[in-house]
Design a protein around this ligand. Structure first.
Ligand code: DGL
Length: 273
């Protein structure tokens, strides 16, 4: 068992796009990654189900010695984070913390746009929660935000279907749709942690003048600032520079996928929630 790791959770592979940047920026800590691949995608699931699954995951991270858990999943952040923070944590573990990815992203997204027109690409769950509209409005009321749900994109990543027929079309359709909703968009936010794994294709179908923003770097920076501001949490994070991976799905698929993406061999463990 890792010594007091920082927990990083996603419905599947997506959180790896966040973990990669976090480890690059803050290599000194121990990290425990868990992907609920067996139950992904979370995007089309109800609020109650995403909340139940996410709470199960958070309890598992706590049982593994984590004092800090990052929901590196927009859908879980949109549908479960607030209830967990306000309702569950005070009873379950008042000294532990669970953080999400929506607020830190909303806090900075306005700095990327000159036209003040931003497009948000996410899962059905994230888009219908309206979380980004509400959060960006708080920090940048002058920005016009358009949203587009891309329900095919997570299954493409989870099923490793990058080169299958129909994939390019599924990607292009949603990019065309959001730019049609607002042709003044100059910044597209990938508000699902799976989407950076499709970056090459997304770039291919997006006009050059439009910037595409992935969240990994933003979350890594905000975690660094958080740990500086919260020494009481930082002191509870082990610093041996170690990483462990768990999945509720196939460990072989996870290891193959992760090695590609992480640029290093990974040997994951199976976990049943
Ligand atoms: N990667 C997750 C997100 O950021 C969720 C993907 C899914 O399971 O639908 O929203």
């Amino acid at each position: 068992m890792l010594n007091k790791p920082i927990g990083v959770f996603d419905s599947g592979y997506g959180g790896l796009t966040i973990l990669k940047e976090i480890v690059e920026r803050l290599p000194q800590y121990n990290y425990l990654y868990m992907g609920d691949n067996a139950r992904a995608p979370y995007g089309p699931r109800s609020f109650e189900t995403v909340y139940d699954y996410t709470l199960e995951a958070v309890k598992w991270f706590f049982s593994q010695g984590c004092s800090l858990v990052i929901l590196a999943c927009n859908t879980a952040s949109a549908k479960a984070l607030r209830s967990i923070q306000q309702k569950d944590l005070p009873q379950l573990a008042p000294d532990k913390r669970v953080l999400g990815v929506i607020r830190p992203t909303a806090e900075v997204i306005g700095y990327y746009s000159k036209s003040r027109h931003v497009g948000v690409l996410g899962t059905q769950g994230t888009v219908s929660s309206q979380s980004y509209l509400l959060e960006i409005e708080k920090f940048f009321p002058d920005i016009a935000v358009s949203q587009e749900a891309c329900p095919e994109w997570v299954p493409i990543v989870e099923n490793n279907a990058y080169d299958q027929p129909g994939t390019d079309e599924a990607i292009q359709t949603h990019l065309d749709a959001i730019l049609q909703k607002d042709p003044q968009i100059d910044t597209l936010l990938l508000a699902c942690t799976h989407y950076p794994m499709l970056m090459e294709k997304i770039r291919q179908f997006t006009p050059e003048a439009v910037s595409i923003i992935a969240q990994g770097g933003i979350i890594a920076q905000s975690l660094e600032v958080y740990l500086q501001r919260h020494p009481e949490i930082e002191q509870q994070c082990g610093k041996d520079g170690q990483l462990e991976f768990y999945t509720t799905g196939s460990t072989q698929d996870f290891d193959n996928h992760t090695a590609n993406f992480f640029g290093r061999a990974v040997s994951s463990n199976l976990i049943q929630l």
